[in-house]
Design a protein around this ligand. Sequence first.
Ligand code: ADP
Length: 396
Amino acid sequence: MKILVVNAGSSSLKYQLFDMDTEAVLAKGNCERIGIDGMVTHKCPGKEDYKANADLKDHRAAITLVLKLLTDKMLGVIASVEEIDAVGHRVAHGGEMLRKSAVLGEDEIKYLESIVELNPLHGPPAISGFKACKEVMPNIKHVGVFDTSYYSDFEPKAYVYPIPYELYEEFKIRRYGFHGTSHRYVSGVAQELLKNKNAKIVTCHLGNGSSITATMNGKAIDTSMGFTPQDGVPMGTRSGALDPTVVPFIMKKKGLTAEEVEKLLNSKSGLLGVSGISSDCRDVETAANEGNERAKLALDILVHNVKKIVGSYVAEMNGIDALVFTAGIGENDRDLRAQVCKEMSYLGIEIDEEVNATCPRGEIADISKKGAKVKTLVIPTNEEYMIALDTKNLTK
Ligand code: ADP
């Protein structure tokens, strides 16, 4: 069974073609600068990478090019588009209604269109990506996999904000949580490694965007991102959680509009805002190692907040069996992992510094100290595989 996974952003369309009988990735790539000038990268194992400029005026042009590459005599991996059995679409927001991955029909799309206001950045491109794919592949099933759905079993105490309840009823202002597909994947792998479906697991997805999730008995019970992906720990350019009063205060002092302050908190804060150097953790670390105090402060704030949230989830679950690191920083940044796990022995979290410093990148690693009560694991995330798996299960 061949499944195409599509992740449409405002100016990009990433794809992976899976053979779900063997779970192999047959090809993957990215169409970038859609609506600007257009560029495509296409990779297949065993073949040379292909990179070229392309005329990509919209998502339809992008998916048409992807299908052309996948079926190309030289660059391709399938003989015809008919070999694709189903398409899985990454959708950031499923709102309150789309609580599980679902075959996308008219009702689902109408609902997604109705909640665009909750998801103005990622909603419209995901919908146009879906529509473009449906147009060029009308006879197969298209499945939506939502970042929010992992959190759909939350108890109200975890998702209702302590503001007038009518605001939740009227505008659906609540904690939704994001990165759910990644947290679902890595916590599932951790459960398997622990051979315990009921394990208490805290998963730290630390990348450009970062979030932390608590999973217990196979279900997420809390997560750090909220109404939007702005909440929680500081990120590359996002502030993470703040005293809410900071927002109107900045608006008054700087004479900013709502949109302007939102931009400030979204794209000028986090690691970039504090360090003044970069949103990229590697650049900030290099500067910190060279003695830049603000770069060091930016990293200290990140570590401090990750520890704080991990600790609060241990309290919520009355324990922890595994702490998991994933995504760009979590998988690769040994120093940051060591900082987070430092002085956590009270909670049973202790790592083997040597194993942490030498574990190979891109592989699952158990970095716990021998005899530690809690397993500390590095698990590379694989959201695309999760999307392909849900798509297979919903269409086979
Ligand atoms: P996104 O949220 O865009 O998917 P990623 O998960 O790819 O982002 O994470 C990007 C972040 O990972 C960047 O801050 C980058 O600096 C960091 N990162 C990647 N490799 C390393 C590394 N070897 N050491 C430290 N940080 C790294």
